[in-house]
Design a binder for this molecule. Structure first.
Ligand code: G3P
Length: 224
């Protein structure tokens, strides 16, 4: 089952998009939490009220040593939510992921900028992989090709990781990634909004309304 996430803790945006989209939950990172001006626990308690108790929350560790990452992951896993612990796919991060996969803690390998990094994180047993599509593009490489290659390696080696690409700036990037058959995606609210927006849609809806009213006035369809 495909999983759709919003990359935000903004409750106004969550209220809005949760009505129209089947959100699995949200992804966060230290920048998103810091920008919100609230702590992690406060953010999560607001978001769960909107998304409901089955929502999944991807939360990133701050620690930068192996022991501290493990401790932080264990603490995050005690929170009363469906938590996936995000760990940057550095050498230390992969070491931590390797260990955590001997426990029931769910892990997402984040900050993936290359095919090899994604493949190693999949080998380490990460449940999810988050390649940063637009950030890779912005560095002059092809983010979509990186994701395609990681997906191919996962399939070839029958690994269990789900690709959850992040960092999009436009709907073209999103649609190219979806066509690769990834299992999940996370979108910033501005990009989610673009998915609804096409200049031809509202004029078409207006035309239908005008044509109808010309003949039937204010009657609704079932009243005609
Ligand atoms: O968690 C990483 C993802 O949110 C990066 O997105 O838009 O900051 O490149 P962006």
């Amino acid at each position: 089952m495909f999983e759709l996430y919003l990359d935000t803790t903004n409750t106004v945006q969550l209220e809005r998009f949760n009505k129209a989209l089947p959100l699995k939950g949200i992804t966060t990172n230290p920048t998103i939490i810091a920008k919100s001006g609230l702590g992690l626990k406060e953010n999560l308690s607001h978001c769960v009220k909107i998304l409901g108790p089955t929502a999944r929350f991807h939360v990133q560790t701050i620690s930068n040593t192996y022991e501290d990452i493990i401790k932080e992951a264990e603490q995050l896993n005690t929170l009363p939510y469906d938590i996936v612990v995000k760990i940057p796919a550095t050498e230390i991060g992969l070491t931590a992921i390797n260990h955590l996969k001997t426990t029931p803690i769910k892990v997402l390998a984040t900050a993936i900028y290359s095919v090899q990094q994604g493949f190693l994180a999949a080998l380490a047993g990460a449940d999810y992989l988050a390649p940063y599509v637009n950030r890779i593009d912005a560095m002059g490489t092809n983010g979509i090709a990186v994701v395609a290659d990681i997906q191919q390696l996962i399939d070839q080696h029958q690994l269990n990781s789900i690709l959850l690409p992040a960092s999009f700036k436009n709907t073209q990037q999103v649609m190219e990634i979806l066509k690769l058959g990834v299992g999940a995606i996370t979108l910033a609210p501005e990009v989610a909004e673009q998915l609804f927006t096409h200049p031809a849609v509202q004029p078409a809806v207006n035309q239908f309304e005008n044509d109808w009213k010309t003949v039937f006035g204010n009657k609704l369809s079932y009243e005609s």
